[in-house]
Design a binder for this molecule. Structure first.
Ligand SMILES: Cc1ncc(COP(=O)(O)O)c(C=O)c1O
Length: 380
């Protein structure tokens, strides 16, 4: 007989949205503050809005160890990649390969597929390693030659939580003279990531997942070396050092990532995500990561006890913050997810893969009770 789990202890969705204690109240307060300022009969709106947006960017810079002026907002990871691709100098990628792994986030593959004929590159997708639900670092390296103009690396995958070995990849990419971008979405804020060590050309994330923010609040870091040669497509008054320079013949890009800002920045998602970023900044990050390691270890032990196959690397150093389990088929994964929801456990599935990501609100004991429900359900 399963024990029910009525509170947030049964939340396992840090690969998706993310939750921290007090999130609802913090978000409500931030939105109420915005409403007060925005509706006030004065002229204090823009200093407030743009100040909060900058605060958001600065919090992300601290997480990424990104220098001042090297980051800006984007709507999503896909949007961030689009901004970079469309800003590359004409001809930079023509006749070259853009390298991605088959387990990159599909949305980024869709974008690159569409851009390939327009920009003139060949999209080369490194297939899944035989017998593995993820692409091994060595297989990615083996395919990375001098004709690769740009490689997009997925730091941690969304269907296996497999983590690449970044240092050798970046070192090889430098030897090949390729641009190197990293999608850090699946572990940003949980595991340390330093854009300067090893130095990457760009990095993209959302504020969802372990950061517990809201949709629309993406972050794009571009190394100052690469930024120098970029020509952002979407240029507007906020792309300038002084947005109020309105002389039609003297447009000039700002000398930093503001050059990507285009028209009036849509600051709402940054404002809404700021409480989560502030909460995150006040935490002991090593302790959160260590607890995640402990909880994921417990999930693996429970899965082993039931004979459920892992869809994630067993080695914690090759994993992000999640454990994925392979069920018989989609129907079983869907039915199990629904049954678990009925017992107060928030999990999800992609195809036959059940995704479990324990974070700050997830209870340690909830893992045992979750597996009680799994055992009972699968044995029916
Ligand atoms: C690895 C990875 N990249 C990117 C995203 C999100 O991309 P976007 O913000 O474009 O929707 C996700 C979301 O699950 C992800 O897991």
């Amino acid at each position: 007989m399963s024990r029910s789990n009525p509170d947030a202890a049964g939340y396992f969705l840090y690969h998706s949205i993310g939750l921290y204690p007090g999130k609802e109240a913090d978000l409500a307060a931030a939105m109420a503050e915005f409403a007060r300022v925005w509706a006030a009969p004065d002229d204090q709106q823009w200093p407030f809005v743009l100040g909060k947006r900058q605060d958001f960017i600065d919090h992300w810079r601290a997480i990424l160890n990104a220098p001042e002026g090297s980051a800006t907002t984007c709507e999503s990871v896909t949007d961030g990649l689009h901004k970079v691709m469309r800003a590359l100098p004409d001809g930079q990628l023509r006749g070259k390969r853009v390298l991605v792994a088959a387990d990159c986030f599909p949305s980024l593959h869709f974008l690159l597929q569409g851009l390939a004929p327009r920009i003139g590159f060949t999209l080369d997708t490194v297939p899944l390693s035989p017998g593995k639900p993820w692409v091994e670092t060595d297989d990615f390296l083996a395919r990375w030659g001098r004709d690769v103009g740009l490689a997009l690396i997925t730091w941690v995958t969304s269907t296996a939580s497999a983590r690449v070995d970044l240092a050798p990849l970046v070192a090889h990419g430098r030897d090949m003279n390729s641009l190197i971008g990293v999608d850090i979405t699946q572990a940003a804020g949980l595991l340390p990531f330093d854009v300067q060590n090893p130095k990457v050309d760009f990095a993209i994330s959302t504020s969802l997942k372990w950061m517990c923010g809201t949709p629309g609040a993406g972050i794009l870091h571009i190394d100052t070396g690469l930024a120098q040669i970029l020509d952002p497509d979407n240029r507007g008054w906020f792309s300038q050092d002084n947005p109020f320079s309105w002389d039609l013949d003297s447009f000039a890009y700002a000398p930093d990532m503001r050059s990507f800002d285009g028209g009036t920045p849509g600051a709402m998602p940054a404002i809404a995500s700021l409480p989560a970023l502030r909460w995150h900044a006040a935490q002991d990050h090593a302790a959160i990561a260590a607890r995640n390691r402990k909880l994921t270890g417990r999930i693996i032990a429970c899965a082993d006890a039931l004979g459920l196959p892992l869809n994630s690397p067993r080695d914690p150093d090759r994993r992000g913050g999640s454990v994925m389990l392979r069920l018989a088929d989609i129907a079983q994964a869907k039915a199990l997810t629904e049954t678990l929801a009925g017992h107060g456990y928030a999990v999800d599935f992609r195809g036959p893969i059940l995704r479990l990501s324990p974070g700050v609100v997830t209870g340690e004991e909830a893992i045992d009770t979750l597996f009680d429900v799994i055992e009972t359900t699968l044995s029916r």
